[in-house]
Design a protein around this ligand. Structure first.
Ligand code: PLP
Length: 395
């Protein structure tokens, strides 16, 4: 039996993630310094883990409402209002999901008819384009550029809108660039969404990790597109616990959207997932009630590491813009005449340091590498020393 032919055609057309080959190579080596994985180097703060343990001790091992625990939805509602200045009802505008990953999949599947176009900015998180294709949509990538600090320009968005465009996906701060969107540009994009009747899916998973004044020691401003006039009714705001609360393994996120959209996403979630795990939901309640302190401590520590990285990139003469958020640097390695993949593979082979080729985040990432600095400071120091030696030899 030819099992290859039994795989759905639209799935066969999706290439496997560019990061996978790279990490298979990393796993076969000893003592690699990894700037590769996009996750906090912290364990989840103890008070949050304790809440999960206590929930288990109390015997809370059941399903929850498909939407998620009401206590959690109330906390999310308060948190989102406080952080993003937009109100969502815990009754019918918040859906608790298995990470932002599931929420993205639900949003695409709930909205797309075959052939509908979805605009997104690139370089971007690896699952956007495959997620769109798996929901039978057509992904339209808009390149963001280093000279614009990887912000999304409203003029570029307008040029890509057709009568088939249904959704615009934005992600600020951005994985893999660390870009934040200037508010004036966000306002212009909101005006376009209203003019062309688009739904905006806004992935704000890094929104707590922003670096403002005092070399990032102050938190930077984050404006959600959902909070702009006329936008709540056409926005699906996605957020979760993986990054700021260091809870990647808990697999918990949420979608906030108008009732009709929430209900449509819930329908898929109900049949595909039923609900998010109750233990993770109990932990998330504690995270939202008492997690602000640890989140800010982690953010400040990332800010220090970001400053160190910027300083070292400057020293070794590799251009890198100063990212306003997340925990990634996206240095420009075009001058070395190698593809980003060749650069990353050689760097790994010769210096035992893993940085992800920019091309893994779409064609627009070619010529760059992603360095995640959620790694111990001494390791970052060594990694950048080794990059200095490596680029010296290339020159
Ligand atoms: N969105 C972005 C931009 C990400 O970078 C990631 C993870 O790296 C996710 C979503 C997935 O998050 P979660 O762990 O909540 O599924």
């Amino acid at each position: 039996m030819n099992l290859e032919n039994s795989i759905a055609e639209h799935l066969r057309a999706i290439p496997r993630s560019g990061i996978r080959d790279f990490f298979e190579l990393v796993q076969g080596r000893d003592d690699v310094i990894s700037l590769g994985v996009g996750e906090p180097d912290y364990s989840t703060p103890w008070h949050i883990r304790e809440a999960a343990i206590y929930s288990l001790e109390k015997g809370e091992t059941s399903y929850t409402s498909n939407f998620g625990l009401m206590t959690l939805r109330r906390e999310i509602s308060n948190y989102v209002e406080d952080q993003f200045d937009v109100q969502y009802s815990p009754d019918d505008e918040i859906l608790v999901t298995v990470g932002v990953s599931e929420a993205l999949d639900l949003a695409f599947r709930a909205l797309l008819n075959p052939g509908d176009e979805v605009i997104f900015h690139q370089p971007c998180y690896v699952s956007y384009h495959p997620g769109i294709v798996m929901a039978r949509g057509v992904g339209i990538a808009i390149e963001t550029k280093a000279e614009d600090k990887f912000a999304l320009m409203a003029d570029d968005v307008e040029k890509h809108i057709t009568d088939k465009t249904k959704i615009l996906v934005i992600n600020f701060p951005t994985n893999p660039t660390g870009a934040v969107e200037p508010v004036e540009e966000l306002e212009k994009i909101a005006a376009l969404a209203i003019k062309h009747n688009l739904i905006v899916i806004s992935d704000e998973i890094y929104s707590e990790l922003t670096y403002g004044d005092d070399e990032g020691m102050q938190r930077g401003e984050h404006v959600s597109i959902a909070s702009l006039p006329g936008m709540k009714e056409r926005t699906i705001l996605l957020h979760g616990f993986s990054k700021a609360f260091a809870m990647t393994g808990f697999r918990l996120g949420y979608a906030c959207a108008p009732p009709i959209l929430t209900e449509a996403m819930m329908k898929i979630h109900q049949y595909a997932m039923l609900c998010a795990p109750i233990t993770s939901q109990a932990a998330a309640v504690e995270a939202l009630q008492n997690g602000a302190g640890p989140v800010e401590e982690m953010r400040q520590s990332y800010a220090m590491r970001r400053n160190l990285m910027l300083n070292r990139f400057e020293k070794i003469g590799v251009p890198c813009f100063s990212p306003g958020g997340a925990f990634y640097m996206f240095p420009d390695v075009r001058e070395f005449g190698l593809s980003s993949s060749e650069f990353a593979f050689k760097f790994l082979e010769q210096e035992n340091v893993a940085a992800v080729p920019g091309s893994a985040f779409g064609e627009a990432g070619e010529g760059f590498v992603r360095c995640c600095y959620a790694t111990a400071i001494d390791k970052l120091e060594v990694a950048l020393e080794r990059m200095g030696d490596f680029v010296e030899r290339l020159r």
